[in-house]
Ligand binder design. Sequence first.
Ligand SMILES: [Zn+2]
Length: 438
Amino acid sequence: MPATHPALPLLALVAAGALALSSCGDSASESVALPQHPSVIILSGDGMGSQQRTAIQYHTYGLDERQPMDALPVAGMLDTIPGDPEYAVSDSAAGATAWAVGKKVPNGTTGLGPDGESVPTLLDLAKQRGMSTGLVNDHDVTNATLAAFGAPVPDRDLKVEIAEGYLDRGVDVLFGGGEKYWYPKGDAGRIPDEGDDDASEGSANLVQRAEELGYGYAYDRDTFDALTGPKALALVQDSAKRRSNEIEGYDYHSDPHYVAPEKLVAKALDILGRNENGFFLVIESDDLDSDGHEHDAQNMMLAGESMNAMVQVITEYQKEHPDVLLIVTADHETGGMAIENVLDDDEPEPNSDQVADDPVPYWAETPENMPLPDGGVPKRSGPFTIKGTDRQFKVDWTTAEHTGTMVPVTAAGPLAERFTGVHHNTHVYDVITELFGN
Ligand SMILES: [Zn+2]
């Protein structure tokens, strides 16, 4: 447990003049001494509301040890409503665009302004400052959340255009899955395809183009370990932990194309951290959202474990690099998740939506969350043990879609304290631009 506020060590690093001012300021003062060359990391657990965070805490960490993402020194809440003429509930594109450009926009809008106009994203502002930039995902690196920063497009499904956009913009580090968008049709790429869903959909060989532009390219553990930057593209196995629960015989531990998300993050920090002007890095766990859509609490908590492993890598890095601001939050909640008591045998579930609403996951013919024929609790909903206790809980869901609830935000580093309280999701943009001095 930190005894001092983590922003305090910064004071030692800023210019002497600023130090003199801040040392006599009181705690009510709004003026904060900013580092000259800050770095920023946004870590988004897509679909990760407070119930998801709580379930991950209980099952994986128990009741005593606070999970790394909740152990950060500052916590607050962000609203998630989009700037949409019709909808109250956000999609990932509008949620991430609120962070990326500081404006609430209609659903589907990916990195553009409310009227579809082109505006500078935080990644653009970072590049203007001479900072290095990176995008990391446990699923497609071309997903909407990251595209909102690195490749604004009129339609989030334009994944090939998003990949091209990253290269056009010169994003320095691109790590994640989804190699099928980087290779042309008929070219299987470097990772063996697992059914039609994996087949290439691109129109050009963008990996080759990336290499011509000076990117190092990795597709498995060995080539990943060999990456040195300053420009690096890694297209590795996406959603590997999920696959282990979904594809019979698949084990991510033995898949040479699997690189753990925390390893992706550690390498990104290693490469980006060499720029003396700092770096801007956006990381997403997309699997959390997919698991919410599919009512799969088991996989959701596995993805949560990866979230915490990434936070641990980053907080360790912050000890040597106190100018790094880390923000951990979500674009919206997914599934309307609830933590419930496990009922006694034979007791009916009067309010459960599981019978009617459970979606059929793409890998199965029947919903795996349907109550078992004998009335038992389906495995993907629990019961889950609260670590270190004899107590159990189960998970229930109200929708297969997103919900409009506020989401937690936790933070550490310079200006982290700005996230105390309840804010619009555009506050992420406001704090980072303040840190940038814009
Ligand atoms: Zn979603």
